[in-house]
Design a protein around this ligand. Structure first.
Ligand SMILES: [Zn+2]
Length: 419
């Protein structure tokens, strides 16, 4: 091929120091692909295994469906060109490689990716939707995590209308961002990994539905669905209060109690999709005066939710039927003895419950969300209780207040597709 006709593939830092991938005739770049967060054609991120370049290349090819197809990039050839053309990778190397594989294929077949098609490989935009019992909320985020659109509508309360309402929200979100913006959803329940049906949702009409699958059909694109507590934890682990920590436990202390683990940026789901269901483990290190244990809706008694939910704190202060503990700190400071005692007990129980998680999983940080997380006294006093019960003399686990507050649900749902 004469030099003037040679196509080339190279990497170059874009304006923000990230890597971008270009393909085209020399001095005539036809498409720029930001390599960060690259999602290849089938929408699956490729894991970066610490193995030979060849193996990773092959995996990347396989993932984009080029390994056996006509004109498939032959690994040795690509390997040579990559070694020649790329610098040592900084991060997400496999994504860059996958992109190279796609582009190398395109180059050989003289396929040019017009700018507007670049998003087919990867979108820079994420739509996160929080499916609550009474409302649906969408946020559209750019790759830096800036919220470009936030919108809230009522949950129609039945399954068919829910799918249509979500379709409309996605259309709005894409109109504000890009037609290929990814779609992630947080739900107040879990998708059973075996049956793909929703379970444990408090919006009970959602239980038993093949929600993710049905929504994919309505939208015509892949979606990711995750438990809302896991979305909260993911949001805080990715770019929230616990950004940069490897193992994060996110806790919601609201009208109920939930929790979720994020490990190295990925939500931990577990075999039954119930990992982090902290609300339904028993209160640990129980004192004699704490018996008898209160019954829980799940059928057991003594579950953490019965002690740590907002209404439990409110009732300990103002008696049965109270739902809100707003103002309890101020009341305690002003000499309200019942408020002080209720807070003391709450702090002690929350500390024990956190210590149990520390002894089991040893997270770098525990992030609190939900209404009760606004009590400043928790961050001042609970760590001492955690230290007392954790089986290590130097407990350094941080107890952090959430950074994104009410936005954590939608942000975490958006980051299911990676930041
Ligand atoms: Zn329970």
């Amino acid at each position: 091929m004469p030099p003037s006709r040679r196509r080339y593939i190279r990497t170059a830092p874009d304006g923000e120091g990230k890597r971008a991938v270009f393909i085209g005739k020399r001095d005539q770049c036809v498409a720029g692909f930001p390599a960060k967060n690259l999602k290849i054609h089938n929408g699956s991120p490729v894991c970066c295994q610490n193995t030979e370049l060849f193996t990773r290349l092959h995996a990347a090819q396989k993932a984009v469906g080029f390994e056996n197809g006509k004109g498939a990039a032959k690994p040795p050839r690509i390997k040579n060109s990559l070694i020649h053309d790329t610098e040592p990778c900084i991060e997400r190397e496999i994504c860059v490689i996958a992109c190279f594989t796609v582009l190398a294929h395109a180059a050989r077949h003289m396929i040019y990716f017009p700018e507007e098609d670049a998003g087919r490989c990867m979108s820079d935009y994420r739509l996160g939707i929080d499916v609550g019992g009474t409302k649906l909320e969408i946020a559209a985020l750019d790759s830096k995590g800036e919220i470009l659109l936030r919108h809230r509508v009522a949950n129609p309360g039945n399954y068919d209308d829910l799918l249509l309402a979500l379709r409309d929200l996605v259309q709005q979100g894409r109109a504000h961002t890009a037609p290929d913006a990814t779609v992630g959803l947080g739900i107040p329940g879990a998708i059973d990994s075996r049956t793909l049906r929703v379970k444990n949702a408090n919006a009970t009409w959602l239980n038993g539905q093949t929600f993710g699958k049905d929504l994919e059909q309505v939208l015509g694109c892949p979606v990711k669905v995750e438990n809302d507590a896991n979305c909260f934890a993911l949001s805080e682990a990715v770019d929230g209060a616990a950004a940069g920590r490897n193992v994060v436990f996110g806790v919601i202390l609201g009208s109920g109690v939930g929790g979720g683990f994020v490990i190295n940026g990925q939500p931990l789901t577990g075999l039954h999709h119930i990992a982090g269901e902290w609300g339904h483990i028993p209160l640990p290190w129980v004192r004699e005066d704490e018996f008898p244990m209160p019954a829980c809706f799940c059928g057991n008694s003594g579950c953490l939710e019965r002690f740590l939910c907002g209404p439990a704190l409110a009732e300990a202060w103002k008696g049965p039927g109270t739902r809100s503990a707003d103002g309890i700190e101020e009341a305690a400071a002003a000499g309200d003895e019942t408020a002080r005692r209720a807070l003391d007990t709450y702090v002690d129980r929350l500390g024990r419950a956190c210590a149990l998680v520390i002894n089991m999983v040893d997270p770098d940080a525990i992030v609190l969300g939900g209404g009760v997380s606004n009590l400043e006294t928790l961050y001042e006093r609970v760590p001492a209780v955690m230290k007392k019960y954790a089986i290590t003399p130097d407990c350094r686990t941080e107890l952090l207040k959430n950074r994104h507050g009410d936005s954590s649900g939608v942000r975490g749902a958006a980051w299911l597709w990676g930041k």
